[in-house]
Design a binder for this molecule. Structure first.
Ligand code: PAD
Ligand code: ZN
Ligand code: ZN
Length: 376
């Protein structure tokens, strides 16, 4: 391509400091170095995790930074030695990479590579430099993929090729939100047919958990949110009961336990709060109940629980990116999307140009959107 090997000037949403709205700037994006890929991002979804960066609640973050970790695009150029993608390929950047060599990449049961952010911060490329500059300043990367930029650079291990027929403005959600929720039900909880589930939090990720529980054949899916405007969509996607904790005097775990006799088989927390994590844990049955934690607590917050809750047999699990081995699984999920095995389009409530990124975050915070897709 004509731009190959050159610095590209383009738009990106920059978080200059904690607590400030993003600012859409012209940035310079350097060509990919050996082992790296430069991608023209076509569409990017807004996930709550990006909001955590703006609030300063995401661990190990350096500023200024270009957030965004849900996106889809087309490879513009590749650095030396890159073999898995070539210019023109449609791709999804991966917020969990696959180095392919670490003990967890080699374990078929594990998906969190040792090159991932919580192990080794990804605010810079693996060679500890940045490909982004703006107004003469170095700008940091986020999770190695920074999808809120018209062009971004990722290591080859953080990008995967998808079917060229995939609509990028739709499958961008498979980069995080949809895959996270759907996989939490299918891979992490391993929901069984005929079982009962409770899902706390009905944002883009929680509603994807509802879809996963339904696809796995759950007979009852109790959807829980303080925002009743989320209930219609939850029912459409498979929830059998929708309840608002604010409508009850007693704690919500008691309500769920009464509704089901002894608690659900599987509960999920998809909000990121201490109180709802404790409630979700106590909502699954004391013997075989499985609680899956998906929501992310602000850095440094801790949950204290009565160990008796676990002593009787409950299991408490965490799930990142739905437990998928993401580099291999995203292309398969894209194929399933194209075969209409699930309809993640139902999660997209808004589409905005990148210049309106802050409006997208306001819609999310106000509970008015599920997923907003930003277009470049
Ligand atoms: P969202 O903000 O769209 O959804 C959160 C939902 O929770 C909203 O519908 C709220 O109304 C609801 N809610 C808020 N407070 C309460 C409460 N006290 N009781 C009941 N409901 C409440 O966020 P999202 O769906 O984009 O993300 C949800 C969480 O998942 C968030 O913490 C995010 O950081 C995390 C996440 N985890 C992973 C992962 O890999 N584990 C990936 C992506 C997102
Ligand atoms: Zn996300
Ligand atoms: Zn690895």
């Amino acid at each position: 391509m004509a731009t190959s090997g050159k610095v590209i000037r383009c738009r990106a949403a920059v978080a200059w400091a904690v607590g400030k709205p993003l600012s859409v700037e012209e940035v310079e994006v350097a060509p990919p170095k050996a082992g790296e890929v430069r991608i023209k991002i076509v569409a990017a979804g807004i996930c709550r995790t990006d909001d955590h960066i703006m609030e300063g609640a995401f661990p190990n973050m350096d500023y200024p930074v270009i957030p965004g970790h849900e996106g889809a695009g087309i490879v513009e150029s590749v650095g030396e030695g890159v073999t898995s993608v070539k210019p023109g390929d449609r791709v999804i950047p991966l917020c969990v990479p696959k180095c392919g060599e670490c003990i967890f990449c080699l374990n078929p049961e594990a998906n969190y590579c040792l090159k991932s952010h919580f192990v080794e911060p990804q605010n810079l490329m693996p060679d500890k430099t940045s490909r982004f500059t703006c107004k003469g300043k170095q700008i940091h990367h986020f999770l190695w993929i920074s999808t809120f930029a018209e062009y971004t650079v990722t290591p080859e291990c953080a990008v995967t090729k998808i079917d060229s027929a995939a609509p990028l403005d739709k499958v961008c959600l498979l980069g995080c939100g949809f895959s996270t929720g759907y996989g939490a039900a299918i891979n992490t909880a391993k929901v069984k047919p005929g079982s009962t589930c409770a899902v706390f939090g009905l944002g883009g990720v929680g509603l994807s958990v509802v879809m996963g529980c339904k696809a796995a054949g759950a007979s009852r899916i109790i959807a829980i949110d303080v925002n009743k405007d989320k209930f219609a969509k939850a029912k459409e996607l498979g929830a059998t009961d929708c309840i608002n904790p604010q409508d009850f005097k007693k704690p919500i775990q008691e309500v769920v336990t009464e509704m089901t006799g002894h608690g659900v088989d599987y509960s999920f927390e998809v909000i990121g709060r201490v109180d709802t994590m404790t409630a979700a844990l106590a909502s699954c049955n004391m013997n075989t109940g499985v609680f899956v934690m998906v929501g992310e607590l602000p850095a440094g917050e801790v949950v204290s629980v009565d160990p008796k809750l676990l002593l009787t047999g409950r299991t408490w699990k965490g799930s990142l990116l739905g437990g998928w081995k993401i580099k291999d699984c995203i292309p398969k999920l894209v194929s399933s999307y194209l075969e209409k095995k699930f309809n993640s389009d139902l999660l997209i409530t808004h589409t905005l140009p990148i210049d309106k990124v802050n409006e997208g975050f306001e819609l999310l915070r106000a509970g008015k959107s599920i997923r907003t897709v930003l277009l470049f």
